[in-house]
Design a protein around this ligand. Structure first.
Ligand code: GDP
Ligand code: MN
Length: 394
C-alpha cells in the first residue's frame, strides 16, 4: 500500500525526522487560504499522486505568495499528471501539498527497503539524490551504497555513521544523517513498511537536514496491526479503485472485470483461474474473474451475481462451484436465485455443482424456478457455454 507524500511525511515526522511544515489542499481556494495562514516567504506546491517522477514532469512547483499559491495549485489540480511512473494517461491530482520551501545545498538519497534475499532490511544511500537518481543508478549501480540493517535490534545511531560517511558527510551533519537513517529503520519496523524512501533528504543552505520528499509503502498483510493505516487504505481505495470491485470486496468476493462476454461465478481463486483458462483454451472470453470467499453469505453472492448480470456484455453465465465445508453449493444456489429474481434481464445459465450439497443446490435452483443447463463436469460446462456463445454470434 503506497501512501501519499503528505501522509508519509506526517508519519516519518512522528519518528523524529525533520519535515517541512505544510498542509494538504483540495482546491485552489484552500491552497491560498492555507498559504496565507502559514505565511512562509516561499512555498513548494506539490501534486499528490502515488507515482514518483513529479519533479521532472512539472508536478512540483513554487510560489512566493498566497495569490501565487492559488494560481499554481489551480494549474496542478486542473489536469492529470503524467510522469515516467504513472500510466500513460497520468494520475488525477486530487490534492496538492502546500509546504515551506527551502534553499538546498545538497540532496541526499536515502531508502530503507526489505532485502528479500537476506530476509532483513537494507539501507540504500547516495550522495547525489534528486529527481534523476533512478536513471543514474540504472546506468551505474555504484551511485548507491548499500548497508545491511538488523531488524531484530533497535539499531543504535553509531551503526549508521558509516553510511553517513559513505555519502561524504563528516562531523555534526554526519551525526544528523546517521540519526535520520536510524529513524528510517525505526519507521520500517514500527509501521511494517516495505519501503521508506527520502529523496531528497536535503541539507539546506542554513545547515538543516530536512526530508523534502518521502515515500512510504506499508505491507498490506500487516495492516491489522495498524488500524489507523488501515483506515488510510480505505481512503486510497476509494480514490483509486473501481467502485464495483470495492463493493464486491465488502461482500467477500474478489471480482475483477474483464472484456469478454462470459460471466463466471466461481468459488476459490484457483478454481476461478482454471475455469477462465478452460474458457480461453476453448476460444471463449470471460467477462470477469470471480472468487467467492468461504465467508460470503447467500446475499453477498447475490450481489456478486448481480454485478455480472448488470454487465451488458454478459451473454451467458457459467456457475462453477465446488462445495466445501464452509461454502456449500446450496448457499451459492440461493444467492444465484436471489440475483435472478432481482435482475432486469435473463441470460442463459450453465451450472456445474460438485462437492458439498451439490444435489441439494440443483434442487433449490429448480425449486426457485430458475432454468439452467445442468453440466456433468467442467469440460461439459465449457462446451455448453461455447455452443451458446456460438449461437449468439450466428
Ligand atoms: P519527485 O520528483 O516526485 O520525487 O518529487 P520531489 O518531492 O522529490 O521533488 C522534486 C525536486 O524538487 C526535488 O528533488 C528538489 O530538487 C525540488 N524540491 C522539492 N522541494 C523543494 C524545496 O522546498 N526547495 C527547493 N529548492 N527545491 C525543492
Ligand atoms: Mn523525490
Amino acid at each position: 500500500m503506497n501512501l501519499y507524500e503528505f501522509q508519509a511525511k506526517e508519519l516519518i515526522g512522528r519518528f523524529g525526522i525533520d519535515i517541512p511544515r505544510g498542509r494538504v489542499a483540495g482546491s485552489a481556494d484552500d491552497a491560498e487560504r492555507l498559504a496565507r495562514r502559514m505565511a512562509f516567504p516561499r512555498f513548494a506546491i506539490k501534486a499528490q499522486i502515488h507515482g514518483g517522477g513529479r519533479g521532472i514532469a512539472g508536478g512540483v512547483r513554487f510560489a512566493s505568495s498566497p495569490d501565487d499559491a492559488r494560481i499554481v495549485a489551480g494549474e496542478l489540480l486542473a489536469k492529470p499528471l503524467v510522469t515516467s511512473q504513472t500510466k500513460p494517461s497520468g494520475e488525477r491530482v486530487r490534492w496538492v501539498y502546500v509546504e515551506e520551501a527551502f534553499d538546498i545545498a545538497q540532496e541526499i538519497y536515502a531508502a530503507v527497503v526489505v532485502d528479500r534475499a537476506r530476509g532483513d532490511l537494507e539501507l540504500l544511500v547516495s550522495a547525489a539524490g534528486g529527481v534523476d537518481i533512478e536513471e543514474r543508478a540504472a546506468a551505474d549501480p555504484r551511485v548507491i551504497a548499500r548497508f545491511p540493517v538488523d531488524v531484530t535490534m533497535s539499531p543504535p545511531e553509531s551503526d549508521f555513521i558509516g553510511a553517513a560517511h559513505a555519502v561524504g558527510l563528516t562531523g555534526g551533519i554526519a551525526q544528523k544523517a546517521a540519526e535520520v537513517f536510524a529513524n528510517m529503520a525505526r519507521v520500517a519496523t514500527g509501521l511494517d513498511a516495505t519501503l521508506v524512501e527520502i529523496n531528497p533528504l536535503a541539507i539546506t543552505t542554513d545547515g538543516r537536514m530536512i526530508a523534502l520528499d518521502a515515500k512510504l509503502s506499508i505491507d498490506p498483510n500487516a495492516l491489522f496491526r495498524h488500524p489507523a493505516l488501515a483506515a488510510l487504505r480505505a481512503q486510497i481505495q476509494m480514490d483509486e479503485g473501481d467502485p464495483k470491485e470495492l463493493a464486491a470486496d465488502r461482500h467477500q468476493i474478489n471480482y475483477q472485470k474483464m472484456d469478454g462476454r462470459i460471466g463466471v461465478v466461481v468459488n476459490g481463486a484457483g478454481l476461478a483461474l482454471a475455469t477462465n483458462d478452460m474458457l480461453i483454451d476453448a476460444g471463449g472470453k470471460p467477462a470477469n474473474f470471480m472468487d467467492i470467499r468461504t465467508t460470503a453469505s447467500s446475499l453477498d453472492i447475490a450481489y456478486g451475481v448481480g454485478v455480472i448480470l448488470e454487465n451488458p456484455a454478459t451473454q451467458v453465465v457459467l456457475i462453477n462451484i465446488h462445495g466445501g465445508g464452509m461454502q456449500r453449493c446450496d448457499t451459492v444456489a440461493e444467492g444465484v436465485a436471489v440475483a435472478l429474481r432481482r435482475a432486469r434481464r435473463q441470460v442463459p445459465l450453465v451450472v456445474c455443482f460438485a462437492g458439498n450439497n451439490a444435489d441439494f443446490a440443483r434442487t433449490r435452483l429448480k425449486g426457485a424456478g430458475v432454468s439452467f443447463i445442468d453440466a456433468r463436469d467442467m469440460s461439459d460446462a465449457v462446451s455448453h457455454v461455447m455452443s451458446i456463445v456460438a449461437k449468439a454470434a450466428a
